[in-house]
Design a protein around this ligand. Sequence first.
Ligand code: SD4
Length: 344
Amino acid sequence: MKRRNFIKNASLTGVGITVGTAIMGCKDKNNTEEMGTTKETKGEKSTSIDMAKYPIAICTWGFVKANAKAGEELSKDKSALDSVISGVAIEEENLKNTTVGKGGTPDREGNVTLDACVMNPEGDCGAVLCVENITNVAALAKKVMEETPHVMLAGQGAEDFAYSQGFKKENLLTESSKKAWEEWKKESKYKPIINIENHDTIGMLAIDKKGDIAGACTTSGLGYKMRGRVGDSPIIGSGLFIDNKIGGAVATGMGEEVVKTVGSFLIVELMRNGMSPQAACEEAISRIVTKSDRYKNFQIAYIAMNKAGEVGSYCIHKGFTYMKYQNEANENIASGYYNKEEKS
Ligand code: SD4
């Protein structure tokens, strides 16, 4: 697939607030110019924020309704954080989605356990890990961020906290996911299938009308995982990272490998040092695929957005798409991918 053309020279029209893709108060190693004004890095110029580009929401995979919901909320002047939480809630509540929220694929013992995190423009974050019986775990992660002195709550503690905050107890194992699990138990030759059953976590980033960025990531994790297994999705810096001066990134795919390279933080730091979101996503994938050939057996995809409203995405294997909402249009875009040898 052809990579999308990303805006290389950020527009200087509209209400331009110059921040530097990377920025403020440091020197770029590729460029001796002081940051914070127009700069040139690896052939890319400038990073003026064009407020006319906002709001923007992007999310992993073809979650049309979820991204549209976030876009709708942003258009009504909702904050980036509240908009992404409303957006991902659509998938948390979608019983047909077997990788997020209610209806998610259980662990080997038949327990649906969910992971989620959120991060706001102030750099605060909240996460819940391995939570049972609660559907809207991204909203719960926000409560952890806002109502506790902590960043992460896990397991029963997170569930108890949810009830104290008015969340209701729900059985997350639907009839069809229970049936699929029972079939799985009989099938000794089971192998996860790249891109289909294990990799549909929803990670979402949004910039609101004020120009502030926030993100959320929510998942039921790998299907038929070991009890207690937690992936990258609720780990700040791995599944999600936001820096309101720079931008944000989220991951989907084999969480163990994302955690080993702290993927989302890496992407934001690469953008801080002058890379475009696209180049940063490609570099983050490169850190994984150059380690060994094992990448052939798993998928990882990243999406990223900088404060100039430029977006990027890259993954290991063909097949990953992401949504972008901007100017009231909600597009599904095919991501670039590393493994060109693969037949579709
Ligand atoms: C995880 N990153 O738990 C998640 C997997 C995923 O849909 O993307 N699942 O490792």
